[in-house]
Ligand binder design. Structure first.
Ligand SMILES: NC(=O)c1ccc[n+]([C@@H]2O[C@H](COP(=O)([O-])OP(=O)(O)OC[C@H]3O[C@@H](n4cnc5c(N)ncnc54)[C@H](O)[C@@H]3O)[C@@H](O)[C@H]2O)c1
Length: 364
C-alpha cells in the first residue's frame, strides 16, 4: 500500500514515497542517487529508536553511511547548529556529486537541508522524515532555514530534495503530543483548499491519530499531494504557496513569544494560529461563524489547542505578539500578508486587514 506522489518541477521533479516498512527499502531507493560517503543526519531521539534499522538497510546496498547525531530540539536549528553540522559534514568527505540524508523531524530536515544547500555550493539532499509534521509538510517543497534571535526561519534557502521517503511505521514511536502537532498541518490542508478532505478528517481523524495504517497513509499522501501541487504551481512563494502559511503568522509570533520552548510546539502554534485566522475572517465578515466553529470544534475534538489561553503559563502580551508579527517574512512594503478564509476549504491571501481588528483579536 505504498503510494508515490511526485512534486513536478521539470528536471528537478522528485518522488515522495509514502507507506509502511519503507526504511527497509531506503538502500534500494537511495543507491541510484548516492556516491561516496553518505552522511545521515539525525537527532539522538530518532537515532536511539530507528537509526540501526536505517543503517542496516543502507549497508545492504553497499552504501557508506556516516551517521551524524545532533541534539534534539528547536535550538539545534541555529547558526551554532549549522556551524557544527557543516564541520561534521565536511569531515565525512562528502563531495558535490554525493548525497546528504536528513533523517528526523522538521528541525533536522530544515537544518540539514540548509547545510546541504550551502555546503560546497550545494549537495543533493534526501529527506527521510520521521514526524507527522515533517512527512506532510517540512520535508516537501524545498524550504530550509534556521532560526535567529529576530525570528523563526529568517535565514534559509530553497533546496529541493531529490527524494522523500516517508515511512509511516516510524510514526508509531512518536510521542502523542508530537503526533497531534503534526495533525494540525494535516487539518491545514483541508482548511485551506479541500473541504472534502476536511469531511474525511472529521470522520477519520481519531482513527488516523490512533495509528490506523490505511488512514495514516491516506492522510499523509493526500497532504503531500496537495502540497506538491501548490509547490509545482509556485515554488518560490510569489502567489499561491503563501496559502500553506494559514495560521503561521500568528503561530510563529506565539512560538517566538513563548521562547520557542516546550510550552508550545510548532504545530500547536499553527493550530491556535489557524483558529485565530478563522476568527479574524468571521470578525471581518468574510466567513460564516459556523464554519469557524466547526473547524475549531474538530481541532479541539482531537486534542489540539485553539486559543491563546490554552498555552500553559503566563499569557503572551498582545503587544509583543504584534511586534513579532511585524518581523514576519510575509511583510512586504510594510504590510503584513494574512491568509484568511471564506469557508472551510477556501483560504485566500490578503494584505487588506485593518491592524485594529488584529489587535482586538489578540486581546480577546
Ligand atoms: N521547511 C518547511 O517547509 C517547514 C514546514 C513546517 C515546519 N517546519 C519546521 O519544522 C520544525 C518542527 O518539526 P517537527 O515538529 O518535526 O519537530 P522536531 O524535528 O523537533 O521533532 C519533534 C520531536 O520528536 C522527536 N522525534 C522525531 N521523530 C521521532 C520518532 N519517529 N519517534 C520518536 N521521536 C521522534 C524529535 O527528536 C523531537 O524531539 C520547526 O522548526 C518548523 O519551523 C518547516
Amino acid at each position: 500500500m505504498t503510494k508515490i506522489v511526485t512534486v513536478e518541477l521539470a528536471a528537478r521533479s522528485y518522488p515522495i514515497h509514502i507507506g509502511p516498512r519503507l526504511l527497509a527499502q531506503a538502500g534500494e531507493l537511495l543507491a541510484p542517487l548516492a556516491r561516496g560517503p553518505l552522511p545521515v543526519v539525525t537527532d539522538s531521539h530518532v537515532a536511539e529508536i530507528h537509526l540501526a534499522a536505517l543503517l542496516d538497510a543502507l549497508g545492504k546496498h553497499g552504501l557508506d553511511a556516516r551517521p551524524i547525531v545532533l541534539e534534539p530540539g528547536e535550538a539545534t536549528k541555529s547558526f551554532a547548529g549549522l556551524e557544527r553540522l557543516t564541520a561534521e559534514l565536511l569531515h565525512t568527505g562528502v563531495d558535490r556529486g554525493g548525497l546528504i540524508v536528513a533523517f528526523g523531524g522538521g528541525v533536522i530536515g530544515d537544518l540539514t537541508g540548509f547545510a546541504a544547500g550551502v555546503l560546497k555550493r550545494g549537495i543533493a539532499l534526501a529527506q527521510i522524515p520521521t514526524t507527522l509534521l515533517a512527512q506532510v509538510d517540512s520535508s516537501v517543497g524545498g524550504k530550509t532555514a534556521i532560526n535567529v534571535p529576530a525570528g523563526k526561519n529568517l535565514v534559509g534557502l530553497f533546496h529541493q530534495p531529490r527524494i522523500v521517503i516517508a515511512d509511516t511505521d516510524v510514526l508509531n514511536s512518536l510521542p502523542r503530543r508530537e503526533l497531534l502537532a503534526g495533525y494540525a498541518e494535516v487539518a491545514k490542508y483541508g482548511a485551506l483548499g479541500d473541504a472534502a478532505f476536511f469531511d474525511w478528517l472529521e470522520a477519520n481523524g481519531a482513527k488516523t491519530l490512533a495509528g490506523d495504517g490505511d488512514a495514516i497513509v491516506h492522510a499523509v499522501a493526500h497532504s503531500c499531494q496537495m502540497k506538491a501541487e501548490i509547490v509545482a504551481r509556485d515554488e518560490r512563494e510569489s502567489g499561491d504557496r503563501a496559502l500553506l502559511n494559514l495560521g503561521h503568522t500568528f503561530g510563529h509570533a506565539l512560538e517566538a513569544a513563548t521562547g520557542f520552548s516546550d510550552r508550545l510546539l510548532h504545530g500547536e502554534g499553527v493550530a491556535i494560529g489557524m483558529a485565530l485566522a478563522f476568527r479574524l475572517s468571521v470578525k471581518l465578515g468574510l466567513c460564516p461563524g459556523q464554519d469557524a466553529e466547526r473547524f475549531v470544534r474538530h481541532l479541539r475534538a482531537v486534542g489540539l489547542p485553539t486559543a491563546i489561553a490554552d498555552i500553559p503559563g503566563v499569557r503572551p502580551d498582545p503587544k509583543v505578539l504584534l511586534e513579532h508579527m511585524a518581523h514576519d517574512k510575509k511583510v512586504q512594503d510594510g504590510r503584513l500578508t494574512y491568509i484568511l478564509t471564506r469557508s472551510i476549504g477556501q483560504a485566500f491571501v490578503t494584505s487588506d486587514v485593518p491592524a485594529e481588528a488584529v489587535a482586538a483579536l489578540l486581546v480577546e
